[in-house]
Every structure is written in C-alpha cells, then in structure tokens.
Write a protein that binds this ligand. Structure first.
Ligand code: NAD
Length: 421
C-alpha cells in the first residue's frame, strides 16, 4: 500500500520504517526540515535500538522523508497522524498539532483516504476532528474520508521489537470501509486485533498507561515502607509477581516513571475525570507518589554524606529508561535540579542522552565522554538509568553508590544505598 505518516518523531518514524520493511511504500512527513534531511541521509534523529540499521535498509527505496504534506497525502491511500499531544498547564492535552495535521490531511486529499490517528488523544477527540472537517472544509466522515483511531503501545528502547510483535492491535472505527482497510494493512500481524468504536480505542490507551503508571507507584509506595523496615522490595515484588493475576512487570521500584507518555497521559485523563465531575482518587495518588519519588535519592545522599554544598557527585544515567536518548520528564532532571539547589557539583554520563541533557543544563553541570571519566570525577555516584553497562560491579570499587534503579545486586549498607531496598 501507499502510506503517509504525518509527524516523524518517536512514533511516526518507527511506524514509517516498520511499514516500509513490510513492503509498503511510505512517505514520512515532518514540519522540521532538519529531521527530514537527517532521515533521508539515513541518520535517525532519535536513538532507538536497531533503527539506524533498518532506516539504512529502507531509505530511498521504500521510505522517503519530506516536508511536503500535500504531495505525500495526495499520493497515499492511508494517512497516519503521529504528531505530539503535549500537556497544557492544567494537565489537559494540547490538540492544536493534531487538529492542524488532520485538517491539512483532509484538505490535501483529492480522493477518499483512510486517516488513522496514532497520537494519544483523549476520548472523543476523533469524533471532534470529524466534526471539524465538516464545519471547516465541508468534508464528510465516512464518505470523503474514513477516520480511525489506532493507539500506539510501543515502549521506547524496544520500539521496533514492539512494532513487529505487538501484544495486540486496537482499531477504533465508525464505518466498515475504513475498518476493513486498516485490517488489511495489519493482516500479516499475528497478534489479537480488537475492533472497537473510536472513543473506546482512545480510552484503551489511557486506561492502559494509567494502569502501568499506577503499578509503578504501587511498587514505589511499598518500596518506601520496605526501605524503612530493612526489606528488599524487589524480593517482595518477585513474590507477588508470581501470582498470575498480578504479574511481575512494571513493579520495579525506584526513582519513579518519566518519559513523554505516562506523566502526560495520566494527567490528561485525570483532567477528563474532573471535567466529568469525578475525582480520580487512585490516579491522583499515583501521580503524587511519582512526583515525590525522585527526590528520595537526594534525601538518602544527604543522610549519608551530610550537606551536599560543594560536594562533587557523579551521575550515571539520564534517559528516562535504558536504550533510549529520551529525557522528556526524566526523573534525572528533577534530581539534577535538586542537587544543584543544594550546592552540589555534578558530572554526568549517559550512553545516548548527552546531547539532550546539554540542551537543558548547558554550563550548569559537567559532561563526561565515558562512564570511567564520570567516575573519576568523584567518589559519590548516583545511578539513575539501568543501562546494561552500568551493571558492572567493577566500575564502582571504593565509591559510595546511591542506586535509583536496582542496577547493582547489593544490599543497602556501608558504601551502598538502594532507594527502596
Ligand atoms: P515527537 O515529539 O517525538 O514527534 C512528533 C513529531 O511531529 C515532531 O517531529 C514534530 O515536528 C512533528 N509535527 C508536529 N506537527 C506537525 C505537522 N503539522 N505536520 C508534520 N509534522 C508535525 O512525539 P512522539 O513521542 O512520537 O509522540 C507522538 C504521539 O504519540 C503523542 O501523542 C504521544 O503521546 C504518542 N505516543 C508516544 C509514544 C512514545 O513512546 N514516544 C508511545 C505511544 C504513543
């Protein structure tokens, strides 16, 4: 099929590369010419495991990047929209990017297209988009275009693996013609496919992320008690995770969740709860636990080292999770800001996130080229992202380690403190 993907960020570029690899012809569109130039040169603007190799294989053959939305849309049968849906001050999502991308796509369509929203949008958004097309362009949902919601569940760091082997595919549609087209597109995938209406598909994404975020905050809340009582919360979570009704994943206590999705998505659905007159007590608590969690590692350091004023600290790991360069809402940012406000001197290292963190902290901290260089800076080390290379015990001999992600298999005491164990 001929596919256009509008928005070539983490989700769009993976979607574009994934469908190209499956034999489709794909144009990926972005408003940022630097991104499209880089993609056309075979250089991914983001770090994601296996992406550079796959992009090199498909670019110029099955995949092309462009800023020309009109041309890309008009020559496609299917148009994905994967632009950002950032948070506003009040927690609600900013739909201006998606409204624009959608109206541009409908305007550029000279014939019927199936338009698929992959961006995360609050329930009712697709229905509002359909109304907008009618009001602004006189175009009819189900006749001039088919509009479907196909939420994205990929995990950054494992995005390609998740694209090719998803747990499930959710297709939210309101008409048979567009639903059939999306089903045809996904026909080679072996996972279950759930067909729903658009609103339900939109809600599935929020319920899914809210549940996962709550699981993390649950583990952290127990972790905070375990720390006080001298219990290793990882053993506790192993114990409860063996129960099939609970499962072990997303119960790793630490410095809390971050990234571009969980914080923003939980806040957005909380806003929807409130708009509908319901106080979401459980989700409010999940957010509160998460907001307090990163600073617990600074408290631990102050307890052990005394005042941090003028103390040198090494930070290993900045990305919100390993195998990613993404620092959006990463707990490391909160921790760095707190350490700076306490007067600490900081050198950081992350295998992939250095460029991104430099944009935030500039000359306020120092940057190492290797983990070894960062470790030679000070005797006090915070480990904030569980990159595989940081698991090497030999790195830390003689150092006082504050572990935010259970990177080392040690018990707290002496020169080692785990945040929840
Ligand atoms: P991103 O910020 O990495 O990418 C969005 C891209 O869209 C940017 O490159 C931006 O320049 C481009 N863009 C904005 N307006 C445009 C327009 N009118 N035309 C063309 N391009 C335009 O965002 P992302 O992380 O890929 O997330 C995209 C959406 O997917 C969000 O709604 C997010 O919540 C959702 N999502 C993200 C993930 C994830 O892990 N990143 C996972 C699932 C769902």
């Amino acid at each position: 099929m001929k596919i256009c993907v509008i928005g070539s960020g983490y989700v769009g570029l993976i979607t574009a590369c994934g469908f190209s690899k499956l034999g489709h012809t794909v144009d990926c569109v972005d408003i940022d010419p630097k991104k499209t130039e880089s993609i056309n040169k075979g250089i991914p603007p983001i770090y994601e495991s296996g992406l550079k190799e796959l992009l090199g294989e498909v670019i110029g053959k099955k995949l092309n990047a462009t800023t020309d939305l009109n041309k890309a849309v008009s020559s496609s049968e299917i148009v994905f929209i994967s632009v950002g849906t950032p948070s506003r001050e009040d927690g609600s999502i900013d739909l201006s990017y998606i409204n624009k991308a959608f109206l541009d796509a409908v305007s550029a369509s000279k014939s019927y297209k199936v338009i698929i929203v992959k961006s995360t949008v609050v329930p009712g958004t697709c229905d509002s988009l359909a109304k907008l097309a009618k009001e602004k362009l006189g175009k009819q949902d189900g006749k001039d275009f088919g509009l479907c919601m196909n939420p994205e569940f990929l995990r950054e760091g494992k995005a390609l693996e998740d694209f090719f082997n998803p747990d499930r595919i959710v297709i939210g549609s309101e008409d048979e013609k567009s639903r059939k087209k999306v089903l045809e597109l996904y026909s080679s995938f072996k996972c279950p496919i759930l067909n729903t209406d658009r609103k339900t598909a939109e809600m599935i994404k929020y319920a899914s992320n809210s549940f996962l975020a709550t699981k993390i905050s649950f583990a952290n809340e127990f972790g905070n008690l375990c720390k006080k009582m001298g219990i290793d919360v990882y053993e506790v979570m192993d114990g409860i995770g063996m129960d099939k009704r609970i499962g072990r994943s997303f119960l790793n206590a630490g410095i809390g969740y971050g990234g571009s999705c969980f914080p923003k998505d939980v806040k957005a659905i909380v806003h929807s709860f409130k708009e509908n007159g319901i106080e979401p007590k459980l989700l409010n608590s999940a957010i509160e636990v998460n907001e307090n969690q990163p600073l617990k590692i600074v408290d631990l350091a102050k307890k052990k080292l005394g005042s941090l004023n003028g103390k040198k600290i090494t930070i290993l790991g900045l990305a919100f999770k390993p195998d990613s360069d993404d620092i959006r809402e990463a707990p490391s940012i909160k921790i760095l800001n707190k350490l700076l406000s306490e007067g600490a001197k900081i050198m950081v290292y992350d295998p992939e996130a250095m460029l991104n963190i430099r944009k935030v902290f500039a000359a306020r901290i120092e940057y190492a080229k290797t983990a070894q260089e960062a470790l030679s800076y000070s005797d006090n080390v915070f480990v904030l992202t569980e990159w595989a290379q940081f698991r090497d015990e030999k790195l830390y001999s003689g150092k006082t380690v504050f572990d935010g992600r259970k990177v080392l298999k040690r018990k707290s005491g002496g020169k080692y403190e785990g945040i929840c164990w």
